[in-house]
Design a protein around this ligand. Sequence first.
Ligand code: NDP
Ligand SMILES: O=C1OC[C@@H](O)[C@H](O)[C@H]1O
Length: 408
Amino acid sequence: MAALINRVWTAFSPPQVTKQKDALKFGVLGAASIAPLSLIIPARSHPEVIVQAVAARDRSKAEAFAKTHGIPEVKDSYQDILDDPNIDCIFIPLPNGLHFEWAVRAIRAGKHVLLEKPSTSNAKEAEILFNLPELSGPDAPVLLEAFHNRFHPSWNLFASLIKPEEVLHIKTHSMIPWWATSKSDIHFNYKLSGGTMMAMGTYNYAALRLLFGSSPLECVSCDASAYKDGEHANCDYEFKATFRFPNGAIGEASSTLQGETILKPSHVTVTTKEVVIADASLPSDQEKVRSQVLTLNGMIHGVFWHRIDNTSNFTLRNKSTHRIIRRWTENTTRKAYTFEEAGGEFAELPGEAHWMSYRYQLEAFVNKIRRRDVQTWVNGEDSIAQMEMIDMAYEKSGLGARPSSVFR
Ligand SMILES: NC(=O)C1=CN([C@@H]2O[C@H](COP(=O)(O)OP(=O)(O)OC[C@H]3O[C@@H](n4cnc5c(N)ncnc54)[C@H](OP(=O)(O)O)[C@@H]3O)[C@@H](O)[C@H]2O)C=CC1
Ligand SMILES: O=C1OC[C@@H](O)[C@H](O)[C@H]1O
């Protein structure tokens, strides 16, 4: 318990490091609620990142935000940040429906872009954004959809335990308690591309895509409960979807922004097929087969708490007749707050137990800009496939894909 308290405390108040002379200067578009968690706090412990400027639609809001978070400059508009040659990188925590326009503007201004998830309103926009001609060439700006949980060691370790070709079934759920959002939030505004599949479901959908190692062929069902009135109409506050993947297996995803009072960690459970496990100690007429049930608890915010549960069911049987000789089960649990703790192929990678997924993400973003190796990345193809899956589910639900921006 003391370790947990210390880790979470330090995650929110990380050690302030001295900034390098050539640190990248970030500008933030909007005084958004997520900006402290996603960028401002992680930047404190990164020697190559300075959060230099912020703009809001209302200057006084940006001034108050800058004062609270120690941001040295306030600009009059989002565009003023893009026009500043002193700014290297743009963080976009705007409503989903504005991601496309401001990411395109930022890329055209030659800036590196850290873009909040989901990357765009729909796959059509994602196709255009991630294929912008400005993004190719050796000095092209870096564009990253801020899929933060995928950068945490716990996700990397979990994914490394799963061979997509062995996956039989996946089930994943996430929730936000009812009191943490309100109907007036951007999450429930259709014109701003709101909806639970956009806000939370995207994590669950990504888990299915990544662990199956492919996009789904079909959304078999998607039952969504959505508001019906005014600007909120067609914004789902909870959903349950099932998808069919190329190996014939089914993945189930569900989420709610109207969950119970107590926050429960998001999770994903993978069930594998029976596979033969090589064991040289066995007599030649025997074989060992194993099926597994692996769960990552705490899939989205690993820094608070997570646990990987692995139940392996073994059968020792006669090779030709399949007559069972013995059955047994082994249960193990693992955690990985750092890559060192994940061990194996990850052991040498940087990180501290108090690093949030956002801090691991920032490390990768900076390394990519500096043309260094990165352990995890979300490339354009991946982000486009993600939006295709979201569109597929929205179409199946009857609510329809989120609306496209008229900006070009
Ligand atoms: N990575 C994560 O863990 C999380 C990511 N997110 C993502 O971050 C983004 C922002 O979410 P969140 O911080 O919760 O949202 P907020 O509503 O707190 O912030 C959105 C920002 O967008 C600006 N904005 C510009 N135009 C509009 C408009 N027409 N209506 C409303 N706001 C506008 C607001 O601006 P201004 O300050 O200029 O007035 C506001 O600061 C979303 O894409 C969401 O999916 C959200 C939560 C968690
Ligand atoms: O990414 C997210 O995580 C936390 C939630 O409150 C939010 O709705 C979502 O966008």
